[in-house]
Design a protein around this ligand. Structure first.
Ligand code: PLP
Length: 322
């Protein structure tokens, strides 16, 4: 990973050509209730309606589509808490290659089932005691598989950047953009598109309060590692930013904000009641931060990326009820 060059907006453009006709061009939705409540014009980029239910299909497919014939033949290995797994499994199936996915023992049942359903082989590990990166690397070495990490890879970042590219193409320039933050693939890709297509927009990454390594890293200037945070936002339970994602975030992002599990629950409820949308906890990070910044958003045009909608339905009901 150390030898990789930072991706640029040109790579995002190339990725958007590669995924065209395969990934969905997801809708940009608005809500007059949200606009009235925030005193702003809000544009929700709805990646919960992306194939397999999250933006990760963009980066996964873009990466696998670039494999050589030899790499395709041996197949891909990935480690993931869920959505990256499904993205790689589905992309591999579409491209006709084998996939092995390393998943944590406590990954949501729906995500494990969906990954197996796409035809991938699933290897389970304990997220609190084992190192998934090591397991992934061992499998890659032993079987000649190509490892595609969930965020710290130029093709993954470029693919994730296509969501914001589509958003700006559809609604034009924005004053503020909010994107969920885990390891930073989505945020760094969003940053490349934002600085190219709406350069003066203020761009914020939003991570769970329980695991604010991204905020600590951004404010201190070097990558901070933390223990796996306990939060309902399982798509953002990462322990550190990446060697590729962090320099882009440092250069192009205005700040990193946080949201509590309680705020995420309230926003999931809002999406369900007002917009009839199932949004997973991590997908609600952007709205949570925008609500907290309401005073600054008055009269502004605001883009919020809803990153995904994959949540076990029994768990979803539980999260909304409490
Ligand atoms: C992976 C994921 C994130 C975080 O993305 P990073 O690229 O790791 O920052 C946010 N939301 C959802 C739904 C995800 O699956």
């Amino acid at each position: 990973m150390s030898e990789q060059k930072l991706p640029t907006f040109e790579d995002v453009v190339a990725a958007s050509e590669r995924i065209a006709g395969v990934a969905h061009r997801t809708p940009v939705l608005s809500s007059s209730t949200a606009n009235a409540e925030l005193g702003a014009e809000i544009f929700f980029k709805c990646e919960n309606y992306q194939r397999m239910g999250a933006f990760k299909f963009r980066g996964g497919y873009n990466s696998l589509a670039r494999f050589t014939p030899e790499q395709r033949k041996a197949g891909v290995v990935a480690f993931s808490s869920g959505n990256h797994a499904q993205a790689i499994a589905l992309s591999a199936r579409l491209l006709g290659m084998p996939a092995t996915i390393v998943m944590p023992h406590d990954a949501p049942a729906a995500k494990v089932a969906a990954t197996r359903g796409y035809g991938a082989q699933v290897v389970i590990y304990d997220r609190y005691t084992e190192d998934r990166e090591q397991i992934g690397r061992d499998l890659a070495a032993r079987h000649g598989l190509t490892l595609i990490p969930p965020y710290d890879h130029a093709d993954v970042i470029a693919g994730q950047g296509t969501a914001a590219k589509e958003l700006f193409e559809e609604v034009g320039r924005l004053d503020y953009v909010f994107a969920p933050l885990g390891g930073g693939g989505l945020l760094s890709g969003t940053a490349l598109s934002t600085r190219a297509l709406s350069p003066s927009a203020k761009l914020f990454g939003v991570e769970p309060e329980a695991g604010n390594d991204g905020q600590q890293s951004f404010r201190s200037g070097s990558i901070v590692h933390i223990e796996t945070p306990k939060t309902i936002a399982d798509g953002a339970q990462t322990q550190h930013l990446g060697n590729l994602t962090f320099p882009i975030i440092k250069r192009d992002v205005d700040d990193i904000l946080t949201a509590s599990d309680e705020q995420l629950r309230a926003d999931m409820r809002f999406f369900a009641e007002r917009m009839k949308m199932v949004v997973e906890p991590t997908g609600a990070l952007g709205l949570a931060a925008a609500r907290a910044m309401k005073a600054q958003l008055q009269g502004k045009r605001v883009g919020i990326i809803i990153s995904g909608g994959n949540v076990d339905i029994a768990r979803y009901a539980e999260l909304l009820a409490r």
